[in-house]
Write a protein that binds this ligand. Structure first.
Ligand SMILES: C[S@@+](CC[C@H](N)C(=O)[O-])C[C@H]1O[C@@H](n2cnc3c(N)ncnc32)[C@H](O)[C@@H]1O
Length: 304
């Protein structure tokens, strides 16, 4: 069978299975099967597929039709122009999270404390997952010291693999930690040998895309997300605020004077997040391209 025919047949079958964007998915899966790019698909529509290629394409199609996200089948997702390995241990990085990276870069570059350079900026990405935010920042801020935490050892393995692929291993320190546990001074073993202890109040920026969906919103979350993405990456607890409520005071302790906290939110929790940040300075909630509240920004005062 020719490439074009195989592709069209898969588009039809994905359409019948009600998979969203069936052509895009069919193209992604054939690019994965053949190890080629989109230009090749358009340049060689008459290329005959071997029996083995047809079988692998059909297997990928069948998995996609059961709802497995294409990114978990191909093992890849692009974020901030970088190719990330993804597995079911990590959330698939989303384009809207690029707004979080943009906000951090803006603050880092403005560096409102009158410092002569960005050389000593110390940043921590809390709940790094695939490493999306930490790697994007490491790439953009070559002199910053970057740390990344996650509670999932499997996620950290993926993040480390991504750092290695992009030659950023020496730029990011990964820590298995509950949020900033071990970083802030009230942690019982902060600084003890073998724990990720850093001096308290030592970060310039705490950034995070934390889990923020409430159990009560479960029905409104896409079935593919509910069924296949890690639950502890998406759901925070009954209200959706449970992780953010813990992150805010921990960030306050971890940040130095005038440090910034930047994290992703959803429109559903924007008002509550604003209340939780009532005692912070320069609080701002930014919208994404759809006009939905997406990024919370707040600054610690000199006194803390
Ligand atoms: C929404 S995902 C974000 C992943 C990645 N930063 C991104 O933007 O694509 C949230 C991440 O936080 C991690 N996580 C959840 N609870 C955590 C906790 N208490 N401490 C540290 N990480 C946590 C999850 O394992 C998951 O990797």
């Amino acid at each position: 069978m020719q490439l074009r025919q195989a592709l069209n047949a898969v588009v039809d079958r994905l359409t019948t299975a009600r998979v969203p964007s069936p052509r895009m998915n069919a193209e992604l899966l054939i690019m994965f099967t053949l190890g080629c790019d989109r230009a090749y698909l358009y340049a060689h529509p008459e290329r005959e597929l071997t029996a083995g290629e047809l079988q692998r394409y059909d297997e990928a199609r069948a998995r996609r039709a059961t709802g497995v996200p294409a990114q978990y089948i191909t093992g890849h997702q692009e974020f901030w122009g970088l190719d990330f390995i993804v597995s079911p241990a990590v959330l698939i990085p989303r384009p809207e999270t690029e707004h979080v990276v943009e906000a951090v870069l803006e603050l880092a570059k403005a560096d409102g404390r009158g410092r002569p350079s960005l050389h000593d900026l110390r940043i921590v990405d809390v709940g790094t997952g695939s490493g999306a935010i930490a790697l994007a920042l490491a790439k953009e801020l070559p002199s910053a010291e970057i740390h990344a935490t996650d509670i999932s050892p499997e996620a950290l393995e993926v993040a480390r693999a991504n750092a290695a692929r992009h030659e950023l291993t020496s730029r990011i320190e990964f820590h298995l930690a509950d949020l900033l546990g071990g970083f802030h001074p009230s942690a019982p073993n902060a600084g003890a040998p073998g724990t990720p202890g850093l001096p308290p109040a030592s970060f310039d920026i705490v950034v995070s895309n934390p889990p923020y969906v409430g159990d009560s919103e479960e029905e409104s979350v896409q079935l593919e997300v509910r069924k296949f993405e890690p639950r502890n990456a998406v759901f925070a607890g009954p209200t959706g605020l449970e992780v953010i409520e813990r992150l805010i005071p921990q960030a306050r302790e971890a940040l130095g004077p005038w440090g910034w906290l930047v994290f992703e939110i959803s429109g559903t929790i924007a008002d509550q997040v604003r209340s939780l940040l009532a005692s912070w300075n320069e609080v701002e909630i930014r919208n994404d391209l759809q006009g939905i509240a997406r990024v919370a920004i707040a600054r610690k005062t000199a006194r803390g």
